[in-house]
Design a protein around this ligand. Sequence first.
Ligand code: C2E
Ligand code: CA
Ligand code: CA
Length: 615
Amino acid sequence: MHISRNTDVQPTDISMTEKSPASEWIMIAVCSAFYIALSFFLRDISTHSTEQMKLFGMVLSNHDFSGIVSQAQILFSAYLTISTRKKGMIAAILLNLTGIVFALFGIIYTGELYALSGIISYFGSIIICIVIYYYKKGLLSYFKRLSEQKEEITSLYEEISASQDKMSKQNEQLVKYNRLMNENKKQLEYMAFYDTLTGLPNRKMIIKKLDMLIHYSGINNTGFSFIYIDIDNFKEVNDLMGHQIGDKILQIVAERLKKGVDERDVVGRLGGDEFALIVRRELSRDEILKYADSFKSAIAEVCTCDNKEFYINASFGISIFPVDGETTEDLLKNADIAMHSIKRSGKNGISFFCSEMQISLLKRSRIENGLKSAVNNEELYLVFQPQYYCDTGRIRGFEALCRWNSESLGHVSPAQFIPIAEETGLIIEIGEWILRTVMHRFREMQEASRMDFKLTINISVVQIVQPSFLRMVKKVLQDTQFDSKYLEFEITESVLISYPEKVVDTLNQLREMGISIALDDFGTGYASLKYLQMLPIDTLKIDRTFVSRIGETDHGNQIIGSIIWLAHSLGITVIAEGVENAEQLEYLKKQNCDCLQGYLLSRPLEEEQFSKLIG
Ligand code: C2E
Ligand code: CA
Ligand code: CA
């Protein structure tokens, strides 16, 4: 609401009728002069009372004339009173009284009553003047009061307008504030239930949806499934490529999940590199597997960030309502267990939850606890498996393999405890201990027997991506006085596939330090033969799964032959792992394989046997 201000009428309007004293006197003088002139005119008429007079062509009697003159005198008197108020009124009364006096003299002097109408007219004038004066006086004071009231109203009005302006400004401010509050509220609501990086529903929302679905499915006796998705080696991506690239990869994965999800289902981000998919339909296991596999393939497609290409994989764990859990907590926990079982068996796969997984989880947590004190309790030790030259049969070197004789768990295989040490980060401490212990021991033996064997040590992906890794290696070399030309690090190909540039850089620096690099378990992962050219490696270790298939099919044999041929053409030494029988040995020899390692030639040796062999 807005009151418009009317500034047209001012409270001073009434006073405008007032005249200056000089002009008032002039006005009185002029009007009096006219009045007196008319009086003489009247007398003149009276002297010619018998004659007729002409005015503007009209023939008028002297009575008509005296009437007109009387009217004019009344008008002058009234005009004087109106225009000059008190002064005018007094002047008019005086003039009319004079008129009366003259008329009375006339009557007395002539003895005729013809001037009587004039006397009545003069009296009439006097009364009119008095009435006008008092009326005008009343009118003026009324206008004055009105003007004062108007002034009051105007100032009140101005005050109201000013406060109205203020109020409208405050109102605007309030509207703005309210809008901001609403936006903030919406933002807060969004942040409470949605992930800001990917725009997907967050953990809270997923839990809410699961709670609702369990309630609904319980009533309707229907089933549904929950899929836990975790990106493989994401921590290393973040450590090596930085959080910005990590975030972009998460966004790409989120987009791919959104694109592939059925409109009936819900996809969300549980946090970090963990995503969730609620399949709100009762599907068969085969159908769920097919559905999960479509997401696995979508994630595995090349990711391009900052003009760099990345290959990302993910592990999937599935729990089904109600068989694998009747509560949200159980469904989440069991899908997580299933997902971790995939992680442990090589990642990049899909697994349904089963009760045995819980048992292995228990075992795993016991291993994890035991590992924490394994180094300090001196429960770890090393064995050495020799590698032989194919042509001469001489020993090329030894691969150091870690062993753990736990006080509480007994002998635990490295295939079991190494992945757990990697996942928990304990491998960093254990890895340094292995490096230091084995180099120290080897150095002692070198001094005693002047041996020139290679010492090959397995380096985990978790170790190599540590920013302090190179510094640590240099320090151990220095402390143990070990000659780096005898040292070879074995790394698995997965590390090179996931983080090519950074790792290639580290490998080059290790080579500059004189350490040679072996690519372990070749053939189990995704490294293609073509990929070999790009890698700074000196040795290639063909995985024992390949070797074990020798003789099975011609095709398998041919692949091994091609690998050896290509590696040689790139100047890379080839070692075949897991050689267990003579047929394999003969075939590998025929294919010009450089070195062999396996139970056929020697099992990993404990220190005593190892000392005997080289001594
Ligand atoms: P790997 O690096 O491929 O090591 C070779 C594995 O194959 C060893 O198992 C060895 O005992 C076994 N092996 C050797 N020849 C034969 C054969 O003819 N037949 C069969 N069936 N097996 C053979 P191990 O010692 O149990 O180690 C298993 C894995 O644990 C290793 O595979 C390696 O990935 C990891 N590992 C062992 N020690 C270390 C270590 O000190 N550091 C790290 N990072 N990983 C280690
Ligand atoms: Ca190895
Ligand atoms: Ca191997």
